[in-house]
Design a protein around this ligand. Structure first.
Ligand code: ARG
Length: 296
């Protein structure tokens, strides 16, 4: 009776064999697809290059700076070019990179907000930054610094309007309830926060933080803030260039601020080269000449 429908029912054994083949085929397809994905993925996403390797393959050095920290970097609006002590030093570094790699390497400089520079170095978007950047323990956690190429010896200056008569020290700022402006992400911003705000000497509402140095200088010129606190050499440069509008009202004497070239932490070969260039320039008088050229 079971035969009345005609045809032989498929044997359980045979069915198992077909299933096995099917599974084997699927597994094979999946394996081939995975291998292809890995190979293609590796091809499309080659391992990241760092330091001299990266520079050699791109034929250029990408540098970020916040271009209003005169005389280290400043922007010439007429030609839209960035110039200054740091730019001269960067050019010397790139000349040495070209010699080392035996090929012509160009330097591309971009004007960027100071506070964003360390992260751009850390994610390898940028090869180096010369931005009057102080070597600090905190920054050492995310970027690699060269040996110091400059030391801002005097501490922070107090940039005020030249008509100002009641600020000549931090005590005056505290006692006369003055308003302060600082450049975001700088060491002087941290100093103001730790020594004046967190200690309760000044209310945080009296301190404004702006993205660039020119923003801060303009803030004082327009009278929106009473004083801009920043590395003393920069205060002096802005005073000199202000044709009498601004003055340096006093100094906050502090330990040295050593400035370094900042790089990605994996760019160790680039750091070696930069250190060598700085060491040579410090020894042969070139660094002194550069300081003299920029009034430092
Ligand atoms: N030396 C200070 C620092 O490292 C200020 C540097 C500001 N530089 C600039 N290009 N805005 O924090």
């Amino acid at each position: 009776m079971s035969d009345s429908t005609g045809g032989t029912p498929p044997s359980p054994l045979k069915k198992k064999g077909v299933n096995k083949m099917l599974i084997a085929a699927i597994v094979a397809i999946v394996v081939v697809a995975l291998i292809a994905a890995v190979v293609l993925g590796g091809f499309l996403n080659p391992p990241q290059k760092y330091g001299l390797d990266k520079i050699e393959s791109e034929g250029k050095v990408i540098m970020w700076t916040e271009a209003s920290f005169a005389p280290f970097e400043a922007l010439d609006p007429a030609t839209n070019t960035i110039y200054g002590f740091d730019v001269d030093l960067a050019n010397r570094i790139v000349e040495n990179i070209s010699a080392e790699l035996g090929k012509n390497i160009t330097l591309e400089i971009y004007d960027r907000t100071f506070v964003n520079i360390p992260a751009a170095l850390a994610n390898n978007q940028v090869d180096m930054s010369l931005s009057g950047m102080t070597i600090t323990d905190e920054r050492n956690k995310t970027v690699l610094f060269s040996i110091p190429y400059y030391r801002a010896e005097a501490g922070y200056g107090l940039l005020v309007q030249s008509t100002n008569t009641d600020i000549s020290s931090i005590d005056d700022i505290i006692n006369n309830s003055k308003t302060i402006v600082v450049n975001t992400g700088t060491t002087s911003e941290i100093w103001v926060d730790e020594n004046l705000v967190k200690t309760g000497l000044i209310s945080s509402s009296k301190v404004k933080s702006l993205p660039t140095i020119v923003n801060c200088v303009q803030e004082v010129k327009s009278g929106f803030s009473d004083v801009f606190i920043i590395d003393n050499p920069t205060v002096n440069t802005y005073v000199t260039n202000s044709s009498g509008e601004l003055k340096n009202a006093g100094l906050i004497p502090l330990p040295d601020e050593p400035y370094g070239v900042a790089m990605n932490q994996k760019s160790t070969d680039l750091k070696e080269l930069v250190d060598r260039v700085i060491t040579e320039m410090l020894a042969n008088g070139e660094m002194d000449a550069l300081r003299a050229k920029w009034g430092l």
